[in-house]
Design a protein around this ligand. Structure first.
Ligand SMILES: [Ca+2]
Length: 182
């Protein structure tokens, strides 16, 4: 074998080794590819396919009153919220002649509930047992007006662990609202 042949073979081997070393270090130094994130949307709701519903919550995240006459929750045509216990963050106390207690939301009379004018006001209806979807929520706003107080209020369905599984946001001032949750 001539000296030139040996030189060529050694040169080729060095090139191959060089390429191998370059590929090794390039791959080792590659940044970890991040998991693609769909821009724009941050899901507010963790929604199992077939959740059990135990609570219905009215939530107003911005400052303002919750001032609603009635919340009806229909399962197979039966109002499962009627007479069920309700709690709330606050109760309006400016008019001592009237009782604006949260229980008015499920008393099936024209008495309304009236919260204080805070931030993050909420009222929570305890259905006292678990229900399957679909559920229809019918909300009756205050008879004597002030319907714009409902705008921005969220209507949430919660599971037995109080996790929000369904949610709608009221975006207009109306006397009645009907939401179909399925
Ligand atoms: Ca009522």
């Amino acid at each position: 074998m001539s000296g030139w042949a040996i030189f060529i073979i050694v040169l080729i081997l060095l090139i191959i080794i060089g390429i191998a070393v370059w590929v090794y270090y390039r791959n080792r130094n590659m940044p970890v590819v991040p998991v693609p994130v769909v821009p724009g949307e941050t899901p507010e709701v963790i929604a199992p396919a077939n959740p059990q519903i135990r609570y219905v919550k009215l939530l107003k995240e911005s400052a303002g009153y919750i001032n609603i006459e009635e919340v009806e929750v229909f399962s197979n045509g039966v109002n499962i919220a009627a007479g069920k216990p309700v709690t709330s963050l606050s109760v309006y106390t400016g008019d001592t002649a009237n009782s604006y207690v949260p229980g008015n939301l499920t008393d099936m009379t024209s008495n309304f509930f009236h919260s204080a004018n805070g931030v993050g006001e909420w009222a929570l209806i305890n259905l006292q047992q678990n229900y399957e979807l679909p559920l229809r929520v019918v909300i009756t706003n205050r008879a004597s007006g002030f319907w714009d107080r409902a705008v921005g209020m969220k209507v949430q369905l919660l599971d037995p662990n109080m996790a929000v599984v369904r949610q709608e946001t009221i975006d207009s001032a109306e006397r009645y609202y009907t939401f179909e949750f399925d």
